[in-house]
Design a protein around this ligand. Structure first.
Ligand code: SF4
Length: 248
């Protein structure tokens, strides 16, 4: 059984493959809460990230539970017959990296010639099945603005495992204006990167926010840091096009 919060076809809104038509497979469940991102789900009292309905198991009644890989493959194919990217996201998808339904589905789409990407917080160490070695990872390692304890959000061995074994790894850090101004953003990022054996992994800085006004305010403070440190800036174009709507 594999719990999935939602599947949808859209444009990749962030990072390395921004603008690419992609089918998003959002798995249910996360090992973090990230209350620091301060989003509420449709008036509920639960506070977390903008994917709180996937991250928090309290919403599991809304998830679809797939019983085998053929069901999942057919469901994914029903969103587009194009050879678009498949993006495995969450929640934290690596929690399911032993699940045969997920592994068999990934193997199928790789064989069909799709690029398969994963968005992970990088805090879970898992065994690299052969099929996982073909994936493009974006590691959105959480910084202090997530409000998660350091020991929960930073796992150097887990990140190094992914760098050493995956086909491609980039970092994407979510920043707000305050941490850019007080210097903590760059301090935390450099401290993390200094503990890793990198392979020329690209680093993206991304504005925190679920409205255009928030994105703009944070980008103003982020872009000078990109120029100063040689990091790349990424926007969140899905917010600009569709706002904070689910399923796009
Ligand atoms: S790690 Fe990602 S999905 Fe999990 S709670 Fe934090 S922001 Fe949300």
């Amino acid at each position: 059984m594999l719990g999935i919060s939602e599947i949808f076809y859209s444009l990749q809104g962030e990072g390395e493959f921004i603008g690419t038509p992609s089918i998003f497979v959002r798995l249910g469940g996360c090992n973090l809460k990230c209350t620091g991102f301060g989003n509420r789900y449709e008036g509920s009292n639960i506070i977390g990230c903008d994917s709180i309905y996937a991250a928090n198991a309290k919403f599991s009644k809304e998830w679809i539970f797939f019983q085998n890989s053929q069901e999942l493959i057919s469901s994914i194919q029903s969103f587009s017959t194009l050879k678009s990217d498949i993006v495995i996201t969450g929640g934290e998808p690596t929690l399911q990296f032993k699940n045969p339904i997920l592994l068999q589905s990934i193997a199928y789409f790789l064989k069909e010639g799709h690029r398969v990407c994963v968005e992970s917080n990088g805090s879970i160490k898992f065994i690299f099945d052969e099929v996982l070695k073909e994936l493009y990872f974006t590691l959105s390692v959480k910084l202090s603005n997530s409000a998660e304890p350091f020991e929960k959000r930073i796992n150097i061995q887990a990140i190094q495992n992914i760098i050493d074994n995956a086909k491609s790894v980039v970092f994407k850090f979510v920043l707000n204006a305050q941490m850019c101004e007080d210097g903590s953003a760059i301090r935390e990022i450099k401290d993390l990167l200094s503990k890793l054996k990198l392979k020329n992994n690209r680093v993206y800085l991304m504005p925190q926010g679920v409205s255009v006004a928030e994105l703009d305010k944070n980008i103003e403070k982020i872009y000078p840091l990109c120029l100063q440190e040689g990091f790349s800036l990424t926007d969140r174009i899905h917010i600009r096009i569709w706002g904070d709507k689910r399923g796009v």
